[in-house]
Design a binder for this molecule. Sequence first.
Ligand code: ZN
Length: 183
Amino acid sequence: MEHPAPLARLIDELQRLPGVGPKSAQRIAFHLLKGTQAEAERLSQAVAELLGSIQICARCNAFTDREVCATCTDPARSDRVVCVVEEPYNLQTIERTRDFRGRYHVLHGALSPLAGVGPDELRVRGLLDRVRAGEVEEVILATSPTVEGEATAVYLARILKPLAVRVTRWGSRSGPTSTGRTR
Ligand code: ZN
């Protein structure tokens, strides 16, 4: 039996989301169908408002709903250590699994010559500016362990070298020398 057109359309839209297969899409759609009109409106409003209200943090490039994000302004975190990641969602992973209390810098990508992603496509300049400003003592490179991530880490280590800042690789055997915890 075919789904009525509006239901089929919703299932089709849901299937476009990452990680949502046909079965999950159908389950979510039927779940929404059993809910109230108000619940459906709340969900669609949240989605609609997303792009209009979320911006990129002026300091670390994470997604935020204000000019400078809560992590950058948290007085309990240390300015001395900056952890560099590829994508905004990598922050959640590190926050969940590690004892890191420094700041972040999001590149919004990794070097990938084949895909045409060079240094100019990444948000590198802001990182250099932050290090040049003087408070940063250590930069932890937490790019992914892929070819692109490693190439990006090597590139960053090279351009950070003249700036007299300690550069470490996240997850390397020696590990970061500091977690940014205030002692
Ligand atoms: Zn920020």
